[in-house]
Write a protein that binds this ligand. Structure first.
Ligand code: FMN
Length: 394
């Protein structure tokens, strides 16, 4: 029997020898990520027709498109929904691919881009040893390009699906910290590991192969003090919300103070953490055309699904206990567009907005689009060259 000999290299030779994929990405002045729409409706609770699709083929095409454009990373969200999703006429987000498995599949068809899996590590019977082994495997398959976006689960009904009661907000971060400290030990130790933790015990546990570059990439998505403390200690990137809402001007004014505590806490431990934020970009040849498109999307909200979304994220009722969006001021129809901030305009205006986000202390963006495939193509063709000219990208 002839041996299986792939005719391609699974990992592309680095143009920056000696650097890990993460270090290479951290050399970019401003990071570019794509938030993959692996759930129906993506981020836009809208009834307008568009190509955006949760299926793997579509998301694989987007990932390859992003990689060809030189994007740094991709990941999707993680969610647990009951039948009907958020309802309305779109059954918004009823269907979604699992973020972890999607990333695993993408690792075999990509060469350069970082692949991040959003994982609820506190739901169900996850043991750190499971993730250490699976993560080390993906780290090797991807050539050190894989990482975790760790989420602790803020929606009470999600925990109930697992037969669990949502744990108190800061206690979740304490438990998640124990989880990643165990992962770190398993990934870095060339020998058996014994741990008598508060939540997990390990007896002569061992993981080989160990990850190629110490440990895989770690991200957490948060806007709270406890989440920032966790990120300062453990994460390479913190995925932050807008502290004020989808409008750019108030976001820019509030961002420096919002992230100051995160950076101070990281610095106190000799660490540096990059922040990324999630804008939805609505762009066209001119500001007027982009604005017209934006207004059209705002007017297309699936109102019932949007109301159900607000109810699931409601912190007054306790449905959610997220602090990330507590300072958020709503704009009518905003959920039809989606994303944590809205950037609307000509390619030059978008680049000016990105420069202002950088000047406000953001190290990058995790982009969403209304109509992903054509909007990403527009971004690559018309916005990216201007980003290079502006010094945002090498
Ligand atoms: C930009 C962003 C993206 C997030 N993505 C997810 C996600 O995919 N799945 C999830 O369960 N929670 C997600 N979250 C929620 C957080 O993981 C966290 O549970 C929530 O923000 C509450 O924590 P906090 O009060 O520390 O912000 C996200 C939060 C932010 C800010």
């Amino acid at each position: 029997m002839p041996e299986f000999a792939p005719s391609f290299a699974l990992v592309e030779a680095s143009d920056a020898p000696g650097l890990s994929p993460l270090e290479r990405v951290r050399q970019q002045p401003f990071n570019l990520g794509l938030f993959l729409p692996i759930q129906n409706g993506g981020w836009s609770i809208s009834t307008l027709p568009r190509s955006t699709d949760w299926r793997f083929d579509y998301n694989a095409r987007l990932t390859l498109q992003a990689e060809a454009l030189g994007f740094d990373l991709v990941f999707g969200l993680a969610q647990w929904m009951p039948k009907g999703g958020y309802g309305g006429v779109t059954n918004y987000r009823e269907t979604s691919l699992d973020s972890f498995i999607t990333t695993a599949a993408l690792s075999a068809i990509t060469r350069r881009i970082l692949l991040i899996s959003t994982i609820h590590v506190l739901y169900g019977p996850w043991h750190p040893l499971h993730l250490a082994k699976i993560g080390a495997t993906l780290d090797h398959i991807s050539g050190g390009r894989w990482g975790v976006n760790l989420v602790t689960g803020h929606i009470a009904d999600e925990a109930r699906m697992f037969g669990q009661v949502r744990e108190e907000h800061d206690a979740r971060y304490a438990r998640a910290a124990e989880f990643v400290e165990i992962l770190d030990r398993l990934w870095r130790t060339d020998g058996n590991v014994n741990i008598e933790g508060k939540h997990w015990q390990l007896n002569d546990a061992f993981v080989s192969p160990r990850p190629l570059h110490g440990r895989p990439i770690l991200i957490n998505a948060t806007g709270s003090k406890a989440g920032f403390e966790f990120g300062a200690r453990h994460s390479d990137f913190v995925f932050i919300p807008s502290p004020t809402g989808v409008e750019l001007e108030p976001t820019l004014a509030a961002l420096p103070a919002f992230t100051a505590g995160l950076h101070a806490a990281a610095l106190a431990q000799g660490r540096e953490v990059r922040t990324i934020i999630n804008p939805t970009v609505v762009s066209a040849a001119t500001d007027a055309l982009a604005q017209a498109r934006y207004e059209q999307i705002l007017a297309s909200e699936d109102k019932e699904a949007s109301a159900n979304f607000s109810a699931r994220f409601n912190t007054q009722t306790g449905a959610s206990d997220a602090r990330a969006w507590s300072g958020h001021r709503r704009r009518a129809g905003e959920r039809a567009v989606g994303g944590n901030i809205h950037l609307v305009g000509s390619p030059q205006r978008i680049v000016d907005d990105l420069l202002r986000l950088r000047d406000a202390g953001c190290h990058g963006v995790q982009l969403t689009f209304f109509d992903f495939e054509p909007d990403l193509a527009h971004f690559g063709q018309h916005i990216l060259p201007l980003m290079r000219e502006a010094g945002l990208r090498r």
